[in-house]
Design a protein around this ligand. Structure first.
Ligand code: COA
Length: 385
């Protein structure tokens, strides 16, 4: 990118089963924190982008951009809801970046919010499955754990990835989350705990899955010149890339290579003029343990097929070659689907400011957010100010 986009402020709520907070409460909490962190006033915000996957099904509320801009007292600015399944937050962030880069707006807010726990698990599973191909996948009973289970089996078959290596992804992310006070689960688990947890979709067990969560996150973006009025050293977004591949698994050339991520990563590294080895910390989409393995392979942090080995050898843990998901990731921090992409960005901004709960020494960080079983991939690269 010729120009950078400055991050002025970030805010995030606790993730988890937050039955005492409404959808609007969640957004407002994250939004107020971000505005305060940015040192701006609400009236400085010129537009609002909101990642949300399925408020219509989870809480019977559509037109949520209008709801939120109204409840936040930000009318009359334009507000847009962005929906790309679990990548809604990351794609909303990209809309905010493009709005600043185009020169259309000087300061914008990007939020992600989802309230998933007001319906029972069976209903949640059905709603999440609307992000799969209905005719080819959901109608025949495939759920998201089911789709990722097929991918995991194939990865084990092609590369010899072991059941224990998958479990180690969960063990690592639960360990990372113990330091994150806003995480849904702050309890360490062992490989045995994962292997003994209830089977969800063979070979994936309960502790291989991200949970069902409520939560919100918000980030304030600004034009690089305007940002100087507020801070001397903002974190910058130096690349924003998005790519797509077939929504249904059976149309993909490979089950085990995230092609949309490969493509988006190539563009993102080019925009940032960096290589995978330059990234020192990343938040990636570990909706299921196998998801993190696919992500670190497609992002070029490890060779294709070597993701399991990397976690086993400690490369992706705090203190390793490329720490992955220091926040606890979707697995342990929680996964309120539309909020996740923005929450990942909040974590990387805190890392590059040196203010993270689980600090990694880094000048460059990356976020990777997936929609569906990999058909949407959106990547951002951040630079320390
Ligand atoms: N990881 C760790 N612990 C979990 C968990 C998870 N993913 N899901 C639930 N738990 C815990 C609960 O806190 C509860 O613990 P407690 O007994 O100590 O209170 C226990 O396990 C049972 O929880 P419950 O709410 O009954 O689980 P559930 O059967 O309703 O849901 C899953 C479990 C795995 C089905 C559900 O978390 C799920 O569907 N996850 C995947 C979500 C998804 O697909 N997201 C989109 C990805 S693309």
């Amino acid at each position: 990118m010729k120009k950078r986009v400055a991050v002025l402020g970030v805010g995030i709520t606790k993730f988890g089963e937050l039955w005492d907070k409404s959808f609007s409460d969640l957004f407002l909490e994250a939004g107020i924190k971000a505005i305060e962190d940015a040192g701006i006033e609400g009236k400085d915000i010129e537009a609002l982008y909101i990642g949300n996957m399925s408020a219509g099904r989870f809480i019977d509320q559509e037109h949520i951009a209008s709801l939120i801009v109204d409840h936040a007292g930000l009318t009359p600015i334009p507000a847009v809801r962005v929906e790309n399944a679990c990548a809604s937050g990351g794609v909303a962030l990209r809309q905010g970046v493009m709005a600043i880069l185009s020169g259309m707006h000087k300061i914008v807010a990007v939020a992600g919010v989802e309230k998933m726990t007001d319906v029972v698990t069976e209903k949640t599973t059905e709603i999440l499955a609307t992000a799969a191909d209905q005719e080819w996948e959901a109608f025949i009973g495939l759920t998201f754990p089911g789709l990722y289970a097929l991918i995991a089996r194939r990865h084990m078959y092609e590369f010899g990835t072991t059941r224990e290596q998958l479990a180690l992804v969960a063990v690592k992310n639960h360990k990372h989350a113990t330091k994150n006070p806003l995480a849904q689960f702050r309890k360490e688990i062992t490989v045995e705990d994962v292997l003994r947890s209830p089977l969800v979709a063979d070979p994936l067990r309960l502790l291989d899955c991200s949970p069902i969560s409520d939560g919100a996150a918000c980030i304030i973006l600004a034009d690089e010149e305007i940002a100087k009025e507020y801070t001397d050293s903002p974190v910058y977004i130096i690349a924003s890339a998005q790519a797509s591949s077939s929504i249904n698994l059976s149309d993909r050339r490979s089950l085990v290579i995230q092609e949309a991520t490969l493509y988006a990563a190539k563009q993102a590294y080019k925009m940032a003029r960096l290589e995978p080895k330059d990234i020192q910390v990343a938040e990636v989409h570990d909706a299921f343990t196998i998801g993190e393995i696919l992500a670190i392979e497609a992002l070029g942090f490890v060779q294709i097929g070597k993701g399991g080995k990397a976690v086993e050898e400690g490369e992706t843990w705090i203190g390793g070659k490329i720490p992955i998901n220091p926040s606890g990731g979707l697995k342990a921090k929680g996964h309120p689907v539309g909020a996740t992409g923005v929450a990942q960005a909040v974590e990387i901004v805190l890392q590059l400011r040196g203010k993270a709960y689980n600090q990694v020494d880094a000048d460059y960080g990356l976020t990777h957010n997936i929609g569906g079983s990999g058909s949407t991939s959106v990547i951002h690269i951040f630079e320390k100010g």
